[in-house]
Design a protein around this ligand. Sequence first.
Ligand SMILES: Nc1ncnc2c1ncn2[C@@H]1O[C@H](COP(=O)(O)OP(=O)(O)OP(=O)(O)O)[C@@H](O)[C@H]1O
Ligand SMILES: [Mg+2]
Length: 366
Amino acid sequence: MATLDLNNISKSFGETQVLYDIQLSIRDKEFVVFVGPSGCGKSTLLRIIAGLEEATSGSVVIDGEDVSLSHPVDRGISMVFQSYALYPHLSVFENIAFPLRVAKMPEAELKERVARAADILQLNDKMKLKPAQLSGGQRQRVAIGRSIVREPKIFLFDEPLSNLDAALRGDMRVELSQLHRDLQATMVYVTHDQIEAMTMADRIVVLNQGRVEQFGTPMELYHHPATKFVASFIGQPNMNFLPAKVTDTDADGLSVKTEDGLQLKIPVETGSASIGENVDIGIRPENITQGPKGLKLNVSVVERLGGTSITYGRTDAGSRICAALDGVANVREGETTELTLDPNDCHVFDASGTVMRRLQAPEISG
Ligand SMILES: Nc1ncnc2c1ncn2[C@@H]1O[C@H](COP(=O)(O)OP(=O)(O)OP(=O)(O)O)[C@@H](O)[C@H]1O
Ligand SMILES: [Mg+2]
């Protein structure tokens, strides 16, 4: 059992504030991913949880106990870093056993724990090798093994896969998800890769300039982004945004006219929206289809992936659009095509980037 509560965590380095009032409750056995652009404060927050960095204010609570002043080794957590500093002169076995040797664990128990970790990570036949004789992915598994043998309450990972090539990252993603299921442990994982976040997380924390933009399941973030920032960060290829003006508001939603003259009525709560107000219409590439009476697109590039044709271009008013069209779509670079946007798939963001809530939230699962 390991819950983790962060209460009003703020952090400044000298004059510079890098974290603002972070409030998060992470459940037992949950896999939570912190995601956000470089410099948004992900590692700093993780290091505060680990006790490697002290918060300027706020508290870290593990299993109901305030550990803000506890030494890192007394917090029952273990951290895996991007650069997996293994000892080159030690075997895989000794690298994994290292923290247990430091803790002077009796040999029999030590062997048992290392064997169990090796089993989980499928390193059994590598135990006598040195790190230099392993692949990048195997080395990262040794680093994770060193974490596992300590049997921490909470695992912390700081971009553990970013030194690996794309194919290996994909494999390790699956392995880490499997590891999470096997160990039934609480895990907090930092990455700036939204695919890692979407595929591994039970819930995702999107950080932007030291603030939590949104905390929710991958599907909540995808279908109901709270802000334009989250909308543009989650989903691949990225969401498109069309500048528009509000032309009318009523109980059924918001009428807008885009810069390209496209008129849409979008079923959102109009709240305090006023006629003439500037908004951004967000639409995902996978929600755009070819069809008449839509948006004219001047096609610049078509990427044929087989099942889909990722089509890039600009509207006459200059908005960039990416549409994930059918694999056999009739589009050609240098020509134009018409695109249809279903208002039910459109998101509306006000000038501050805050979403206008949908009138009828579509069902989501996961
Ligand atoms: N020891 C430090 N002293 C001063 N500023 C620091 C220190 N550590 C981090 N910062 C600053 O805090 C901010 C957040 O850094 P942090 O390392 O948490 O970002 P990050 O989200 O992990 O980024 P990345 O994805 O690049 O690893 C940055 O602006 C960074 O310059
Ligand atoms: Mg970092």
